[in-house]
Design a protein around this ligand. Structure first.
Ligand code: GDP
Ligand code: ZN
Length: 465
């Protein structure tokens, strides 16, 4: 089926200097003379458009003939365009009504409004980019930190595509040899000696495993580090969260147990994204709603990368209070809050700082006053330092969660194949495992991705992309 011609406003909503309306498809160039002219008199039916060259002119209302806006228009003939189809881009003034009215003319002339991500989907379906590059487009749009942008840009240039493609090629060659051995068992004696098969499978296995490792080490640059704020009720968790975010998102009250649900916010510290959550105060309670909140918070803490465990400077805390909430091998910073309450107090007086049990005393600690805004910078620095520990120079290619899932499954098939070669497994079975691994790698680049995968990816795009 021949694709139809689609159109959309490509720039974000809101008023601005310039907005872009993009048209793509076989009719894109032919539509232009119906609503565009180089003089304010009216549309130019005999317009000659030179590809990749900007023309100045006017957009006209098709029905009334009135000028809608003065614009610049550029045509990009297939395949040298974003979608690899004929593309027209109109640069108009970015008022919502002006742009919507221009889009109306484009639709009246014969285009259809594009679905979210449809331009990028066409670029993929037309083979100009692979699926990892399409995902990179969305990642670039959504990047909030320098690290995330760097990864997205590298993926956009095809670094991941090339690496996965190379690995898949090795498997496809191996598969061809195996299939020849199946079809012509007599002529191809020892065509795939087991050691050769193993070498190739190992090569791909190593590549896949390296990607998984990179994911583990560096995915936070893309996805963010999960930072959980926890501790007994009323120690100042919500107050700290607000300080870190420099706004009033969490509800701060004097009643213990008010933060019943999880509140998660994005925070950028020194170019790293953090997903900060304020978890429900941990204490024994009979209130059912609150208990559910606490259970959820516990799960959440277990899944976090870094924990801020808070205590009040004026309050005792026991080891068991930490151990009941925080799993053993988690990275924890002990945050001692409310130091304003004990300042200037000397030993023996009522407000003196309470000493810490040994396990807690060993933790990295930062003393703050969320109320008076002291120690927050030091805390930010400590958070960055601990997050960057054990992380080497992040490679420029970092798989996302979808890639990781496919890689893990591919590794499983490759391991089965490796064992099969060692044990003299028959070619048919070996070929099945190799095929499965090759298909899983193809899911990453899109060579073998099903319609459901494509739909999920492209429906997450914004309109006009
Ligand atoms: P949460 O239950 O742990 O989330 O604690 P909140 O952030 O809701 O704070 C509980 C109470 O402690 C509120 O009345 C806060 O104003 C107060 N508070 C929080 N941080 C400080 C601090 O650094 N110093 C003092 N004196 N009070 C604080
Ligand atoms: Zn709270």
């Amino acid at each position: 089926m021949k694709p139809d011609t689609i159109a959309a406003i490509a720039t974000p909503p809101g008023r601005g200097g310039i907005g872009i309306i993009r048209i793509s498809g076989p009719k894109a160039l032919g539509l232009v003379p119906r609503f565009f002219g180089t003089t304010p008199v009216g549309p130019s039916p005999d317009l000659t458009l030179v590809s990749h060259t900007m023309v100045h002119g006017y957009i006209f209302d098709i029905k009334t003939g009135y000028v809608i806006d003065e614009v610049l228009l550029v045509t990009m003939e297939a395949p040298r365009s974003y979608t690899a189809e004929d593309v027209v881009e109109i640069q108009s003034h970015a008022g919502h009504l002006a742009m919507a009215t221009i889009l109306d003319q484009v639709v009246s002339a014969g285009a259809r409004i594009a679905e979210p991500g449809e331009f990028t989907k066409r670029a993929f379906l037309n083979g100009r980019i692979d699926l990892t590059q399409a995902e990179a487009v969305a990642d670039i749009i959504n990047a909030r930190t320098a690290g995330a942008l760097k990864i997205a840009a590298a993926q956009g240039t095809g670094e991941l595509k090339d690496a996965i493609h190379g690995a898949r090629e090795i498997l496809i060659e191996l598969l061809a040899l195996l299939e020849a051995a199946i079809d012509f068992p007599d002529e191809t004696q020892d065509l795939v000696p087991s050691d050769q098969g193993i070498v190739r499978v190992k090569q791909v296995l190593t590549a896949c495993e390296k990607f998984i490792q990179t994911y583990e080490e560096a995915h936070f640059l893309r996805d963010g580090i999960k930072l959980a704020i926890c501790g007994p009720p009323n120690v100042g968790k919500s107050s700290l969260m607000n300080r870190l975010l420099q706004k009033e998102r969490s509800i701060v009250t004097e009643l213990p147990g008010t933060t019943r649900d999880l509140i998660e916010e994005t925070l950028n510290i020194n170019g790293i994204t953090f997903l900060v959550s304020d978890t429900a105060g941990m204490h024994q309670t009979d209130d059912l709603v609150e208990r559910i909140g606490i259970e959820r918070a516990k799960k959440h803490i277990a899944a976090s990368d870094l924990i801020l465990f808070m205590k009040g400077a004026d309050k005792e805390i026991s080891e068991s209070e930490l151990q009941s909430i925080v799993p053993k091998d988690k990275k924890v910073i002990l945050v001692i809050n409310k130091i304003d309450l004990i300042e200037g107090k000397t030993a023996g007086s009522a407000g003196v700082e309470k000493s810490l049990p040994p396990t807690l005393a060993q933790l990295p600690q930062v003393r703050i006053s969320a109320l008076k805004n002291t120690g927050i910078d030091h805390l930010r620095k400590t958070i960055t330092r601990l997050s960057m520990e054990n992380i080497g120079e992040a490679s420029s290619v970092v798989p996302n969660l979808r890639h990781r899932t496919a890689l893990k499954r591919a590794i499983k098939s490759l391991k089965t194949a490796e064992a099969g070669f060692l044990n003299g497994q028959n070619e048919e079975t070996l070929a099945l495992d190799i095929r499965r691994a090759a298909d899983l790698l193809g899911e990453i680049t899109g060579n073998t991705a099903g319609i459901d995968i494509l739909d999920t990816i492209f429906s997450n795009f914004c309109i006009g992309k």
